[in-house]
Design a protein around this ligand. Structure first.
Ligand SMILES: Nc1ncnc2c1ncn2[C@@H]1O[C@H](COP(=O)(O)OP(=O)(O)OP(=O)(O)O)[C@@H](O)[C@H]1O
Length: 339
């Protein structure tokens, strides 16, 4: 039996815009049957304009579906009030924050408004939730600042803290890592994973960072430009080719062996690269950037062995039985260029 119970599920859902005035109606995606379950982190991925924001807003009850059904903890969303929904789903959207004259702490406290009303006072439990959200997102050092005086990354963390304070079974986040630097991205994703696994929250977040999504998500929802939503475990979607087909572009090659996109198409000779693991990792990058095809099995005419000693890294290049020793990647590239 699946231990994860569905928090939000959809049946034959169509999302898009019904068209106002002279605007034509637009279906963004249709036939969506998905289920966001407790204790799972789901990542929503798709090319620009595929409908990630529209899907998140529709599932959060902020945008009407064109057709089909959304259930929230077994109840039809159409029957629920905004207040009912806000006790079950918290959102972090990409809209700019425009209200000022409000401190960070006050904004995070608004996360409690489904329970207290907009101007209601916080009881002990509410205050604890707010403090916990502030601590968990690492924003304690600027809680008294006006929210209009924040950097994009600081504001992003504050909006996540507000959603955490709301303490709902489901959290839906549209590009929550968009403005964050690498350490902050990692700590926010770690926090979402921890929350989901320790408190059985269902977390759905969209992102353009495919590497991060492949590492962090228990499940992926891929939305294609053709308006189809395909779901599965990240590794299955990579291995069956779905992942690369959704992001297919002429100049863009997804390498299943390394789980990353290649910027450069190989045009030069193959090289057999082996030796010290860390050295091989960074050498591979440099060789691929320079246009060489890196192979992991012997048989290429040229061999590069990376080794590490007290003097640092060395590269031993063997070509037609002749060996050359180099002491930096730069010198290695120069030698290969001259061969
Ligand atoms: N108000 C609107 N009326 C009509 N079409 C819209 C409206 N807002 C967005 N769209 C269109 O709906 C489609 C989906 O947009 P959406 O913003 O959901 O995509 P997205 O996947 O979030 O994109 P991105 O990765 O660029 O943020 C796009 O083709 C967009 O142009």
């Amino acid at each position: 039996m699946d231990p994860h119970k569905p928090i939000i599920s959809t049946e034959k859902l169509s999302i898009g815009f019904s068209g106002r005035g002279r605007e034509a109606p637009k279906t963004v995606a249709a036939g969506i049957d998905v289920s966001l379950k407790s204790g799972q982190v789901v990542c929503l991925l798709g090319p620009n304009g595929s409908g990630k924001s529209t899907l998140i807003r529709t599932l959060a009850g902020l945008h009407p579906p064109l057709n089909g059904e959304i259930s929230l903890l077994g109840e039809s969303m159409a029957q629920l009030t905004n207040k009912d929904i806000s006790k079950k789903i918290s959102t972090v959207l990409t809209d700019q924050l425009t209200i000022g004259n409000l401190t960070v702490r006050e904004l995070v406290s608004f996360g409690r408004s489904p329970y207290t009303g907009w101007f209601g006072s916080l009881d002990k439990r509410d205050t604890q939730k707010v403090e916990w959200a502030i601590e968990s997102t690492g924003i304690a050092s600027f809680v008294n600042r006006d929210v209009l005086q924040l950097s994009d990354g600081e504001r992003q963390k504050v909006m996540i803290a507000r959603a955490l304070a709301q303490d709902t079974p489901a959290m839906l986040l549209d590009e929550p890592t968009a403005h964050l630097d690498l350490p902050n991205r990692v700590s926010i994703i770690r926090l979402l994973r921890k929350l989901s696994h320790n408190t059985q929250k269902a977390v759905l977040f969209s992102t353009h960072e495919l590497d991060l999504a492949l590492k962090a998500a228990d499940h992926l929802w891929l939305i294609s430009l053709q308006g189809e939503v395909i779901t599965g475990t990240p590794e299955d979607l990579v291995l069956d080719g779905t992942f690369e087909s959704v992001f297919e572009k002429d100049s863009f090659v997804f390498d299943r062996a390394t789980g990353s996109f290649k910027l450069h198409e190989p045009s030069k000779m193959p090289i057999y690269l082996y030796g010290n693991e860390v050295g091989v990792f960074w050498t591979r990058r440099a060789l691929e950037r320079a246009g060489y095809k890196v192979k992991e099995s012997n048989g290429a005419g040229l061999e590069v062995k990376v080794q590490q000693s007290d003097d640092g890294f060395q590269w031993i290049v063997t070509e037609k039985g002749k060996g050359h020793r180099k002491d930096s990647v730069q010198h290695l590239l120069s030698l290969l260029h001259d061969l």
